[in-house]
Ligand binder design. Structure first.
Ligand SMILES: [Zn+2]
Length: 450
């Protein structure tokens, strides 16, 4: 069962924290999914967040705002500094991003963004989503639906209203947890939508709200929401705006199972939006629509059009000869007989760095069973890469490819991080997978199940 299904089907049990202030919602419908240790960690982490929440309130009362760094709470507002460390945090408060490092103390938690960014953006979001908006988050817990053994994109959030709840990285996808129940979530999103109904930055509210309407069977409200979205769409706006509008509309139609109407829209767009450079980004939506309607061949065609790299799957991975950062020659064919991950990354790419601990863990788990990694760095300046590697040394070999290097071209890299999984015979197995799926993929191949 997926997390989203769990969230929609579970009525979150809300328990008062022992101080009577924070509300904690970290229950799972299927408790057997989480290990005893993780359950204990979640409990301690919730208590830490509860203490941090109380300390933040006290700090805010005196200073009119939150401290720039969470260490600013200690010792006046948060007496026990161990409350700043999550037991599931293997690095005990040393963050993955060097510039995210609290200057005074090891801290496992952080604001949802840097203090500077918080001033502009988070306050804006808080106005829209209300006090259910998270303020402090812990990224150190395993997502049991993905893989019990890995850190993944499961966050424990502390909201402005002192509620603690679980979500994926994108907390907006979990309105039921966020607001504490489906009716509250609908009210929260309806209120939010009233405030920003025409702001494209918040168009995700439309698709998220319609999903909630569908769950509770409010089909008339769903229909009306589609109509109101159509009335604010800007068919003569810029290319990118039209693309965003259509994307949202397709998502809404699909959420209501209006696949035929979605198909009609796709077909219209194919002729009217031919010159829109963003049209290609919608091909995935086209493909999924065809898939829903059982047009498997057409779905495949659009998946291929959306991602030209797809044709490389199952074929020999393009070989290369280069020099690694230690000056030694390196070529892919030297690794024949091993399951390989090519990991294109750069220090400016948040998800590339954020996923590094996952890659490291998979490497540590499977290196003795024929798994290896080659890192291919795409920073503009080599010194940026070196600076990072000096702080966070990585156990696998690295190639510096630069921003527009030959390996980037060879592997048609566009989005980052770009991950290529290659089997022992040198054939591409997959390139579009979430980092959190990596362990399972490698384990299956190493064990010969794939
Ligand atoms: Zn935690």
């Amino acid at each position: 069962m997926t997390l989203s299904l769990l969230l929609t089907s579970a009525i979150a049990a809300v328990t008062e924290h022992e101080t009577g202030v924070p509300k904690i919602r970290v229950d799972f419908e299927d408790e057997s999914l989480i290990t005893e240790l993780e359950s204990k960690n979640l409990k301690t982490c919730s208590q830490n967040l509860a203490s941090i929440g109380e300390a933040l309130k006290d700090y805010e009362r005196e200073h009119g705002d939150f401290p720039e760094w969470l260490s600013g709470l200690h010792p006046t507002y948060l007496i026990d500094e161990t409350h700043l460390i999550c037991p599931a945090d293997e690095d005990q408060g040393v963050p993955i991003l060097p510039y995210d490092t609290d200057p005074n103390l090891p801290v496992s938690y952080s604001y949802d963004c840097t203090p500077e960014y918080y001033q502009q953006w988070l306050k804006n979001e808080r106005n829209v989503y209300g006090d259910a908006n998270p303020i402090v988050r812990c990224p150190h817990h395993a997502n049991p639906e993905v893989d019990n053994t890995l850190m993944s994109d499961l966050y424990l959030n502390l909201s402005f209203s002192n509620t603690i709840y679980l979500s994926e990285g994108d907390w907006k996808k979990h309105p039921i947890r966020m607001y504490g129940g489906i009716e509250a979530a609908i009210k929260g999103y309806e209120r939010a939508l009233q405030l920003v109904s025409e702001d494209p930055n918040f168009f995700n509210l439309y698709s998220n709200l319609i999903r909630l309407y569908v769950i509770v069977g409010r089909s008339e409200d769903a229909e009306n929401l589609i109509d109101s979205f159509k009335s604010i769409m800007k068919p003569h706006g810029e290319d990118i705006m039209r693309f965003r509008d259509y994307w949202t509309l397709l998502e809404m139609l699909r959420a209501c199972n209006k696949h035929q109407e979605a198909l009609q829209l796709c077909e219209n767009l194919e002729s009217t939006e031919q010159k829109n450079p963003w049209l290609k980004s919608l091909y995935r939506e086209f493909a999924v629509t065809h898939e829903e309607l059982g047009n498997i061949e057409l779905a495949d065609t659009y998946f291929d059009k959306y991602d030209s790299k797809r044709e490389m799957i199952g074929k020999p991975a393009p070989d290369f000869s280069a020099t690694d950062i230690d000056g030694n020659p390196i070529s892919l064919k030297d690794y024949r007989g091993k399951v390989m991950l090519l990991y294109f990354w750069a220090t400016w790419c948040g998800p590339c760095i954020g996923n590094m601990p996952i890659v490291k863990k998979v490497y540590d788990t499977h290196r003795d069973f024929g798994f290896d990694v080659i890192g291919i760095n795409r920073d503009t300046e080599k010194s940026d890469m070196s600076e990072y590697l000096n702080v966070c040394s990585l156990p696998w070999r690295q190639i510096f490819d630069g921003k527009e290097g030959p390996l980037k071209k060879l592997y048609r890299v566009s989005g980052m991080p770009s991950k290529w999984l290659i089997d022992k015979e040198g054939n591409v197995i997959s390139h579009e997978f979430r980092s959190t799926e990596l362990n399972k993929l490698v384990r299956d191949i190493v064990n010969g199940f794939a």
